[in-house]
Design a protein around this ligand. Structure first.
Ligand code: ADP
Ligand code: MG
Length: 268
């Protein structure tokens, strides 16, 4: 496969205002590529459009889900699929090929299903007749890859810590062996001590399986653990992109300059 995993050209994304309110333009004129197997980190402050971009790349657009984000201009191709042409999310071409860990992923786990049932859900969504015993094996491996013990499998989400729930959500996003992982602040709200180990496990799984990834973060230390390449978003536009040190050492935008100073202060 030589086509990029993600290819955005002059992409503009917006939300339609409900009840007569004006549409919100969240991403303006964004251009980026992610090569197969490559990780690109997205960094930016709150409201800069990180989650909106993640949502669109994961295929959650206004054509595929209710209240999804609308592609208002430009082009977005994910794994060679034109996202502007997607239909219903459940059976579109991307649903099975892109793993998505939305922001506050722990909250999207089904509270009435056990951890094992939550993680195996995508397997049965893909194929209702999927073998239960094969699913058991795949789920156990996914749980283990995120360094959760097998004793968590019969538990319900509310019985887990926030960090454990995030890891279950990541395991679920990886269970179909995606070609692309979209992770939106997968460690937000998780204890700093646990955060490092979640990132370590994620980086390890990625090295082993070699999927491409778009990783949203609000923290430069976290970015360094997962990626060599960085795009900085500010008010919906890219204000710096390239190798992490390349971006921080030659900040071309005042916001990137502040980020670089912050990173230096932390490192010293
Ligand atoms: P970030 O993830 O970087 O904090 P978001 O992508 O969540 O930023 O938000 C970018 C902009 O889009 C913000 O102005 C936010 O208010 C707006 N926005 C986000 N989600 C929605 C939505 N569902 N409907 C309308 N506006 C939204
Ligand atoms: Mg966000």
């Amino acid at each position: 496969m030589t086509e990029p995993a993600v290819r955005a050209r002059d992409l503009t994304l917006r939300y339609r205002g409900g009840g007569g309110s004006r549409p919100v333009q969240a991403i303006t004129g964004l251009t980026l590529d992610i090569a197969p197997g490559e990780t690109l980190a997205i960094l930016g402050d709150a409201g800069s459009g990180k989650s909106t971009l993640a949502r669109a790349v994961a295929g959650y657009t206004s054509r595929s889900v209710p209240r999804g984000v609308e592609i208002a201009g430009g082009a977005l191709e994910v794994l060679g699929v034109d996202v502007r042409r997607l239909h219903r999310r459940d059976d579109d071409e991307l649903a099975l090929r892109v793993g998505y860990v939305p922001q506050d992923a722990g909250l999207v786990l089904d509270p009435h299903l056990t951890v094992a049932e939550n993680v195996s859900l995508p397997l049965f969504q893909r194929d209702r007749a999927f073998s239960k015993s094969r699913a058991g094996g795949i789920v156990a491996e996914a749980i283990d890859a995120m360094h959760l013990t097998l004793a968590t499998m019969p538990k319900y989400p509310h019985e887990l810590s926030r960090g454990q729930r995030q890891r279950v959500a990541i395991a679920r996003a990886l269970v179909l062996d995606p070609e692309l992982l979209v992770a939106d602040e997968a460690t937000a709200g998780v204890d700093a001590t646990v955060r490092g180990s979640i990132l370590g496990h994620l980086a390890e799984v990625q090295r082993r399986r070699g999927f491409a990834a778009l990783v949203v973060s609000s923290e430069i230390g976290e970015v360094r653990r997962l990626s060599h390449r960085l795009a900085v978003l500010h008010r919906g536009a890219i204000v710096g992109m390239g190798g992490i040190d390349e971006v921080l050492d030659a900040p071309a935008h005042p916001y990137v300059h502040r980020l670089a100073e912050l990173a230096r202060a932390r490192a010293s």
